[in-house]
Design a protein around this ligand. Structure first.
Ligand code: NDP
Length: 454
């Protein structure tokens, strides 16, 4: 059978774009289908617009907390409509840049919703008219449609926002209830609070960021409380009702909370339903598509990357999966994604960053007696003349038997920039002694990583 393309990529997010361009660079005839703006979650409604909002929140925090440095903070105001408009313009500029770069690689863009009609063929549906506007076929198909916010199954849930809605706002609310204690909930709690919104954060468990090292969670809890976020733990949202233009949340405990709006940030799930995959009987891994090490699904023509497979759902991971897929299947390279030591950050203010094993996980794997912890917590010099004397924390997890560094964790300003570099050394198999014989750069926060002795 003759196919129109060598590769159809369904979903023009970070992973799909990387795969399409890399495959096209090897001479493959590539098409990409996208129903929304080109760029996907990261560029359009995730990392990029969120980080711009973090910069706004940090700027305001610095301006209003630096009187000790002689800076007068009177008259500082924040106009959320300006920020939101500028963020949208920047997102559109980046989306257009991605489109231009697809053109340069001769990747054909099809706008609309892709639906499988055979293992090699998709129809493209106009989201407005719901009519089929095209049919295209290809030897290989890569699914990279990403995820969508998970909603709670409770009365009134449609009254609440998800993170997607935040980027569509005209202005910020005066008060908000944020449900969840993961990445999205913590980042938006910090953005909103530092920009003047009253924030209540509701978590079902006992601590924020459950999957992170416990010391990071406690540092964040301290700074969350200090920032004036009202943290309610061990409680769940039961229902939402509109009351005089505001939203009333009823909790399991029976308590009621009245806020302008509610943000539900209780995880994300693969956005597979619109693809019409049912008749292909692809093997699943829970809610995710099951793939092998080469990102091949149980159908040899069909591949999957990014937030629809059970791997860390992070932009750089999806990009690498896309590139590795193209390198293997369009340039005959034999290579795999390296999932070791993936650095992670939560962009709260101050931010959290981590690479490698948490103390708890290291002790589970190597036994408690074999793990040595190096930790320091101190007020960073930048807070010297500030009222907020919030502390930063650095932590190293070491295997005593081999002296190998298993994990590094940091809470504090610019920790993401620092941990990105630390992750190179962990990948290279660094030992604690290597840290110890490295000269410090003074005065910095990160010098503590090379000056911590038992
Ligand atoms: P997370 O998985 O990070 O957190 C989900 C949160 O929701 C947890 O606190 C969880 O509680 C809670 N939760 C789950 N189900 C319920 C429920 N039924 N009722 C109440 N609470 C519930 O998800 P996010 O939505 O924050 O983020 C999704 C993913 O997006 C992340 O995992 C990450 O991969 C990616 N992301 C990465 C960012 C970054 O790199 N900086 C930023 C934003 C997103 P519990 O802990 O008790 O399970």
């Amino acid at each position: 059978m003759e196919f129109q393309f060598d590769l159809i990529v369904v979903g023009a997010g970070s992973g799909g774009l990387a795969a399409a361009k890399r495959a096209a660079s090897y001479g493959a005839k590539v098409a990409i289908i996208e129903v929304n703006q080109v760029g996907g979650t990261c560029v359009i409604r995730g990392c990029v617009p969120k980080k711009l909002m973090v910069y706004a929140a940090k700027s305001k925090k610095n301006m209003t907390s630096s009187e000790g440095y002689g800076l007068k903070s009177e008259g500082i105001s924040f106009e959320s409509n300006i920020l939101l408009k500028n963020v949208r313009e920047e997102v559109t500029r980046l989306s257009n840049l991605h489109k231009t770069s697809l053109d340069k690689f001769n990747v054909r863009v099809f706008e609309g919703l892709g639906r499988f009609i055979s293992q090699n063929e998709l129809e493209i549906i106009c989201p407005k008219t719901k009519k089929i506007i095209n049919k295209i076929s290809s030897k290989k198909i890569l699914i990279s449609v990403g995820g969508k916010p998970k909603k709670l199954n409770i009365p009134g849930i449609d009254l609440a926002w998800t993170s997607d809605d935040i980027f569509e706002l005209d202005s910020f609310p005066e008060s908000i209830l944020i449900v969840g204690g993961g990445y999205i909930a913590c980042e938006f709690a910090s953005i909103f609070r530092n920009l003047g919104t009253e924030v209540i954060q509701l978590i079902r468990g006992q601590r924020l960021l459950n999957s992170f090292d416990e010391d990071l969670s406690s540092c964040l809890e301290e700074s969350t409380t200090f920032a004036g976020i009202n943290l309610i733990s061990k409680n769940q949202l039961k229902s939402i009702e509109r009351v005089n233009g505001n939203l009333e949340s009823t909790l399991d405990s029976g308590n009621k909370i009245l806020t302008n709006n509610i943000l539900i940030a209780t995880g994300r799930e693969p956005n597979l339903l619109p693809l019409n995959l049912g008749f292909l009987n692809l093997k699943m891994d829970g809610q995710y598509l099951d793939v092998d090490e080469l990102n091949q699904t149980s159908n040899a023509n069909i591949f999957a990357i990014g937030d629809i497979i059970n791997k860390p759902n992070l932009t750089p991971v999806a990009i690498e999966q896309g590139r590795v897929f193209a390198d293997n299947f369009f340039n005959d390279q034999k290579r795999k994604v390296n999932y070791e030591n993936i650095p992670k950050a939560v962009f709260t203010i101050p931010e959290i960053s981590t690479v490698g094993l948490s103390e708890k996980r290291a002790k589970e794997i190597y036994s408690e007696n074999n793990i040595k912890i190096f930790k320091c917590k101190f007020t960073p010099m930048s807070n010297t003349f500030k009222e907020n004397k919030s502390k930063c924390m650095l932590k190293i997890v070491v295997n005593q038997l081999t002296d190998k560094v298993l994990g590094c964790h940091m809470f504090g300003e610019t920790s993401s920039e620092i941990i990105q570099m630390v992750s190179i050394s962990l990948n290279a198999g660094i030992t604690k002694k290597d840290f110890d014989i490295t000269m410090a750069l003074h005065p910095t926060i990160s010098e503590e990583f090379v000056t911590m002795y038992s």
